[in-house]
Design a protein. Sequence first.
Length: 256
Amino acid sequence: MEQVVKHMTHWLLKKHLIVPEQSEWCHYMLMQSTMSILSLCLLLPVSAAIVGVWGSVFYIATFRILRQRTGGYHARTPHGCLLVSFVLQVLFSLLAAATKDLYVLTTVILLSEVAIFLLGPANHPELHLSAKELKAVKPRMYVRQATMFLAYVVALLAHQGMVASCIAMATFAVAVLLAVAHVDDGEIHRFKKEHVNQKEVIQTMNEKESMMHKATRKALDVMIRRTYDGWPPFSPCGVYQPHRPEKPLPKPQEKK
């Protein structure tokens, strides 16, 4: 997956849709988006087969909303991410379908919320949040915890037992991954990007830029800058964390 995204980034450079200074952040943005879309396409139908469409939607939404601010365990490869995500989705969807006792569900979500409150957020080496960023993440994490617990209560009041169960189990899954992250001190294998040959991609463009090319370039610039400017940084929704570039993104420059 990393190689595919690397080739995509290289192609964008060759087509002059991004500049070399944007390549690392473009790679990071594409990797996050690709993994998010792939995992969603894989997990939504799998979970829907166990807990129904709405149960699946609320499970995935809860997991992603919390996970973006809590962080937690991350697999070392994109393929490992998809495998771990698949196993977790099946396991916790089965638990959601099997657990119908209101008191058990409430106990599970309360204990999970406490665990998240005490352990989160996790600072993965590839995300490398600063002390200032970690401090900013915490209140946002607390808000998301409160929001999902409120959603659980509303689901119970609306007699949507399966939805409530899925919210509780998704919160439980986030807490488990957060706990594993604190136990796992294994080495993180950083993906080493190959430096593209800038002589190959930097060419003099004497011809006038087409409107379509300019629109595409501007759209990519906005997407990359949103990834860079998002503060404090989000943890990926899935269980794979690509290396977040440490080099600052230069200010956008208008092509002449």
